[in-house]
Design a protein. Sequence first.
Length: 737
Amino acid sequence: MKKFYIIFFIILITKVQVFSQCYNCNSNYPTSTQSISPGQTITVSTCVYGGEYSRYNVTSGITYTWETCGDTDFDTQLTLYQGSTCGSGTVLAYNDDACGLQSSITWTANFTGTVTLLLSKYNCQNQSTCMTLKWSASGGGGGSGGATCATADPFCTGTTYNFPAGVNSGTGESGPDYCCLGSTPNPVWYYLLIDQPGNIEIYIHSSPQRDLDFICWGPFTNIDDPCMYPTTYLTNNGGCSSHHAPGPGGGYPTGNTVDCSYSASWEEWCYIPNAQTGQFYILLITNYSNKACNIIFEQTNVGQPGAGSTNCNIVICNMSSITATPSACNPSTNLYSVSGTITFTDPPTSGQLIITDNSGASQTFNPPFNSPINYTLTGLNSNGTTHTVTAQFTDAPSCTASITYNAPSACNMCNANAGPDKTICGLSTNLEAIIYPDNASYNWSPTTGISFANINSPTTAITATAPGVYTLTWNVTSTYGITCTDQVSITFDNPTVSASASPSTICSGASSVLTASGASTYNWSHSLGTGSSKTVSPTSTTTYTVTGTTAEGCTGTAEVTVTVHPLPTITTSATPNEICLGESTDLTASSDITGTTFNWSGSLGAGATKTVSPTISTTYSVTGTTLEGCTGTAEVTVTVHPLPTITATANPSEICLGASTELIASSDITGTTFNWSNSLGVNPTVTVSPTSTTTYSVTGTTAEGCTGTAEVTITVHPLPTITTTANPVEICLGPSA
């Protein structure tokens, strides 16, 4: 009995080991290499035997599914190998019983090339019964998955690459010096690991014929540094011409740039001279045309003298698989953990391996890295959603894998709902927490600045001490004794709107600027419209109201009064208002407003009354200023009439006693009337016979009453007294005396 038990135990262990993968590669069927595009599903064959394998072209970034689901002929196992050799390449994926007794593998390609699928009967056996095998593809962007340097695909000597070029699929990343390339649309990245030393020539072309370009850098000692530090490694020494021809030329290599072409042609040749074993090169191909086509390229000098080759069997840090198994939800915490295994080959010797759940949980491993590595992420919240676990080596960013799983549903049965966030106009509101059947007890947490009417009520009234945003916490204990919380954000918006006028007091006819603050938008009374500032010119004292509205729609009002003082009515007069030259008159100003002060023009100064003696007709202006500073003006004109210039003459001015003369008066102002002294009357011309020398005065008066005087003197000469004698006084006729 003991011996039987031991034998059974050994058999059990052997059976478990078989499940990791199968190697019963019996025959190749179908013999042709299969190809499909994303979105396609094909039946590889309806009669695949256990132990038969088939080959498939894959493109990096595309997700592929192989399955026997739906058939019932025998219990299947599926094993996926990298490369075109069954049983000796790296195992990329394995499955047993994904759908009942049938199997399914879903795998996302992280390189462009060939894979081999082995179909086995359970326990890795051959079977001569027909099984239907289906293959489908999804995802991808129409081109190679090597869209960045870090995700570059390996290039293998002897393989012809043929895949849809990217269209509108972005441009080359920043950092590398792209040398002759003017632009880098729809980039596809590859790397070459040199196996046999020598020259390598790669022929690149498109079908249908579209404009392709390329650049190649190297040599490098590893594949990771150039992509992590492109400004250091992906460089050149200048002289970046376009080399569109087979063989060497174009001035290349220049620094780390091995070859480059920006020709408008549909075909290019990349030439790598004297490549050495173990060296790495990076090749970038672009679809410059941005038109649909297939990119096709292969090494064309294979087998020629001096030709080198790449090593397709050496995989640079290949992460072949990752698993993720979530634990059950812990009712006391509603948390779970997820555990799994990461399988890889050729890991880096430095850096870290970081496993991250999209919820934020992560686990870090330090070198050395030995495959497989088991991980466990803890403290994840059970929520029933789809999660993604990603593993990545920090010093080999392209060495990464991801897997999705469903988190367990929540199990703590504690539900807290504090109600909707809301904005309140004012400082008071009612909360709206929701009570669930499993809520045994509940309360609000005290919050600074908030007064609760009843802290244990889900719909309590609250009052805020000041406007602002308050976060309130609703605490619930379930019937299971589990506590949970939820928060609600309440915004109290209580705008304090203020309004001012500058100036607040004006005189009639003046203006004032009204300004409002404390809100986002403003609307004024008196049909002033909207805006934070308005200019007004009221005719009487007026109170304006402004309504301010915040961004949340809450309003506040304010008032501002503009006091309007009347302008004084100024009256002025002159007594008299007409004067003759040399006379004076009194100017008088008055106002209808008591307390008005006056200031006169012409440097007359201040005062209500002024005496002036203008020499010509003059207009005087007076400004009256009220106690409030309001002003009014008035004018008065004083007319000044000139004095007449009177002239008096005598013709003649000298007479003999007993004779007479004419006195004549004249004026320079027409209309002047005259009045003579000595009662001579008012005629301008009078006749006089003075008996002695006499001075006469005449006064001339103009029509305006202005006077002037003149004098004239008449000189009177006496008559002579004549005495006559004869000697003799008597004579005789004839003689003389």
